[in-house]
Design a protein around this ligand. Structure first.
Ligand code: NAD
Ligand code: WQD
Length: 337
């Protein structure tokens, strides 16, 4: 039984491939390599002992999608392909809406053509905007997004919900990721952002390894435990296991319709708590300075993770130390490449 993994050569995708393959599910990767290197798939093979099927192509290319579905007839789709940089989305909204939304629509048209009605979608806690309640349940209002990236995720959730409503056999699980960090314990796969990292953990990694001079802490005057931003960081391997649980549930049960499920730990960690945890795990100093708040940032965001436990029998198991240790191992690997 095959599962199409769009964006499977990326950070989260490669970790999902490992979990799928080790559970006996055969992935078919479709990726245009716009933010990935095919060598990552070779390292997935090093970990699993198998080479995933890989097709280089764009989810907006109907011909590529048709050939992929004709050749492999996937039972379900794990839809990870997308552009994800918040700041870039503000500068390039049309590219983000075209890639993420038009790409998803092309994928759904082809799924319908080939009677494939099961999809797990990479959504994001960003759809909640600035949350009114913490921890955030799936029932919290969505759509108060503040950038084209987050809006694209919200709009795709709406599209998938309407599609599921129109097709009584359609099954959709939208996984709302909080803040994935870390890397596979083998040290062979992880995130290697091009240029200056946007996100906190990759930035800390590069300061610790000496590639960047110091971290700018975006604000220390929030109403949080130490004034710095609080987020729900979860290990990318836990996140990948959440995708496996969603796919396995979809293949096992015939629940139809649209469901949104948070993937988070339920714990909020501040920027300075993350810095301290990383210093302890890596035995390196992470130099930082307090800088002004980053426009668009919210004070705190962390999940009510009870739904994932209830519906997927999934909970995050790896703690902050393991997130930092695995992130540090990966950073040393890429520094030495
Ligand atoms: P990533 O950039 O590493 O992976 C995305 C992959 O999709 C890349 O390999 C890229 O080459 C591919 N891709 C992009 N556009 C494509 C297209 N049109 N056709 C085919 N392939 C395409 O990012 P990631 O961190 O692995 O994120 C994967 C998904 O999870 C994304 O949809 C992202 O929005 C979502 N997500 C990520 C985070 C996070 O913090 N990393 C949080 C929430 C949601
Ligand atoms: C975390 C905290 C910053 C960098 C983003 C996207 C979200 C999702 C995950 C895709 C905040 C602080 C950061 C730095 C800092 N991606 N920070 N100095 O903003 O919670 O979420 O990534 O779906 O959609 O919005 O993550 O890692 O950028 O920031 O002080 O150099 O670290 O202010 O409090 P964020 P982040």
């Amino acid at each position: 039984m095959k599962v199409l993994v769009t964006g499977g050569a990326g950070y989260i995708g490669t970790h999902c491939l490992v979990e799928l393959m080790q559970a006996g599910i055969e992935p078919v990767v479709l990726d245009n390599l716009s933010n990935a290197d095919p060598s990552a798939l070779a390292r997935v093979e090093q970990i699993t002992g198998q080479a995933p099927i890989f097709i280089e192509g764009d989810i907006r290319d109907h011909r590529v999608l048709e050939l992929t579905f004709q050749a492999h007839r996937p039972q379900a789709v794990l839809h990870l392909a997308g552009l994800k940089a918040v700041g870039e989305s503000v500068e390039k909204p049309l590219e983000y809406y075209d890639n993420n939304i038009a790409g998803t629509l092309q994928l759904l048209h082809t799924m319908r053509e080939y009677q494939c009605r099961q999809i797990v979608f990479s959504s994001s806690a960003t759809v909640y905007g600035d949350p009114q309640t913490l921890p955030i349940p799936e029932s919290a209002p969505i759509g108060g997004t503040t950038n084209p990236y987050g809006t694209s995720k919200y709009m795709i959730e709406r599209i998938l919900s309407d599609w599921a409503h129109a097709d009584p056999q359609a099954q959709v699980i939208a996984l709302r990721y909080f803040n994935p960090v870390g890397a596979h314990p083998s040290g062979l796969i992880g995130e290697d952002p091009k240029g200056l990292p946007n996100n906190l953990m990759p930035f800390i990694q590069k300061v610790a390894v000496g590639e960047l001079e110091q971290l700018s802490v975006f604000g220390d005057d929030y109403d949080t435990i130490d004034g710095t931003g609080v987020r729900d960081y979860l290990h990318v391997v836990d996140l990948a296991k959440g995708h496996l649980a969603a796919i396995q549930r979809m293949l096992r049960e015939s629940d139809t319709g649209f469901e949104a499920i948070n993937l988070g730990t339920g714990n909020g960690i501040s920027v300075l708590q993350m810095v301290n945890a990383f210093e302890r795990a890596s035995d390196q100093t992470v130099a930082y300075q307090i800088a002004p708040r980053r426009p668009g940032d919210i004070a705190a965001c962390y999940a009510d993770a009870s739904c994932a436990l209830d519906k997927l029998n999934w909970r995050a198991e790896l703690d902050l130390t393991q997130m930092c240790q695995d992130a540090w191992r990966w950073q040393q690997f890429i520094a030495g490449k």
